[in-house]
Design a protein around this ligand. Structure first.
Ligand SMILES: *Cc1c(COP(=O)(O)O)cnc(C)c1O
Length: 379
């Protein structure tokens, strides 16, 4: 290092783990005949569907594309309302808008920042078609209560499980808890394919619709046409190019083999934080429900002096982050949908206090101790 300054390791809040097997899997595809729409896509889809125990899967180019495809498959259109928690990534609500639907924001519970079932019924109207549950931080929502509500009003239950692949609720894996489940394979998520996403459902009609949707709305795939020795194809509805490549699928498939181990590592890191943070009374971790195996995509704490703590940790080389600025407060939603401060007071108040601490497989005990020590000095 020319500056003569000691290099200080920056500890990020999340980081992917890619090993030699993952790299070899990608290289094998690069040497093969199929870079996209090849056989590895189906292998990845089968592997994820069988891992979660939730029917069939369709791989797409991102978690956002998966959300969009889910909204398309249940025919969300102009005038339709979809219930969305405000404490989520903007992509959850945007998918409703892509289909010209209206997201209706519902507040979350203070202790775990999951959608509050008690507040849902007052937001249901004759135009409500679905509820999107977001498994914030990797903890599955209260699906039993959500299912009672969707049954009572005849709504679809969609799980935005971008954080919770590998987590369980009452012994059942995320991916088997809703009518349609969405996963993301962005590098900070539980497993990665670079970019990528998947929809999982038991409904074969939706599977077929989403397969066409990811390929411009065309009814036959390139492979089907070549098997049938025909050049004909029909575009029956407007779709997109939301395909995943085989290069990405090979990486995802290889990563999936290590998911259970990685979730276990995340749980150990979280347990270590929990133990050490008991001594720092100003810091309050979120709670975990009974009957939950938490995926710990994020480890979120609340501190009253969040702004100052964020800066102090950053100065100590500790990457922390804030998930999320409530979506109903985003300028776009205020402008287009007239949403306002005060509509989701729990999310708004939590936003002032939350901080996501570093958590990723490969973090070592001294990293955790360093974070907690730095916290204890600045709260
Ligand atoms: C990451 C994420 C998405 C979007 O996934 P991409 O693959 O980045 O498009 C949607 N919802 C939630 C809750 C997410 O965390």
């Amino acid at each position: 290092m020319s500056s003569g300054m000691p290099e200080r390791e920056f500890l990020p809040y999340g980081r992917q783990s890619v090993d030699d097997d993952d790299i070899q899997a990608v290289v094998n595809i690069l040497r093969s005949d199929w870079l996209t729409t090849g056989p590895t896509i189906g292998c990845f889809e089968h592997a994820v569907a069988s891992f979660v125990g939730g029917g069939q899967a369709v791989a797409v180019s991102s978690g956002t594309a998966a959300l969009h495809a889910a909204m398309y498959s249940i025919d969300i259109g102009p005038g339709d309302e979809v219930i969305v928690p405000s404490m989520t990534f903007v992509g959850t609500a945007n998918a409703v808008v892509y289909q010209r639907g209206t997201p209706v924001f519902v507040d979350v519970r203070e202790a775990d920042l999951l959608i509050d079932p008690v507040l849902i019924e007052e937001k249901i109207s004759s135009r409500t078609k679905a509820i999107i549950a977001v498994d914030y931080a990797g903890q599955p929502c209260d699906y039993a209560t959500l299912r009672e509500i969707t049954d009572k009003y005849g709504l679809f239950l969609i799980a935005d499980a971008c954080h919770s692949l590998g987590a369980t609720y009452k012994g059942n894996r995320s991916g088997s808890l809703a009518d349609l489940t969405i996963f993301s394979f962005h590098p900070v998520k539980p497993i990665t394919s670079g970019e990528g996403g998947m929809v999982v459902t038991n409904n074969p009609d939706w599977i077929e619709k989403i397969r066409q949707f990811r390929n411009h709305g065309i009814t036959t795939s390139h492979q089907q046409r070549s098997r049938q020795a025909t050049w004909c194809y029909e575009m029956t509805d407007l779709g997109y190019n939301y395909r995943l490549t085989d290069i990405q699928a090979a990486l995802g498939l290889s990563q999936l083999k290590k998911l259970s181990k990685r979730i276990f590592q995340r749980q150990e890191i979280a347990a270590h934080y929990d133990r050490l943070l008991q001594a720092v009374s100003e810091v309050k971790p979120l709670t975990t429900g009974l009957d939950i195996s938490h995926g710990y995509h994020l480890y979120v704490i609340k501190v009253s002096s969040r702004g100052q703590v964020f800066k102090a940790l950053r100065n100590d080389g500790i990457g922390c982050n804030v998930h999320y600025y409530p979506v109903h407060l985003q300028p776009y939603y205020r402008r287009k949908f007239g949403t306002r401060a005060g509509e989701c007071p729990v999310a708004e108040n939590a936003y002032e206090q939350i901080l996501s601490l570093p958590i990723f497989p490969g973090m070592v005990d001294t990293d955790i101790e360093k974070v907690v020590f730095a916290l204890s000095q600045c709260v």
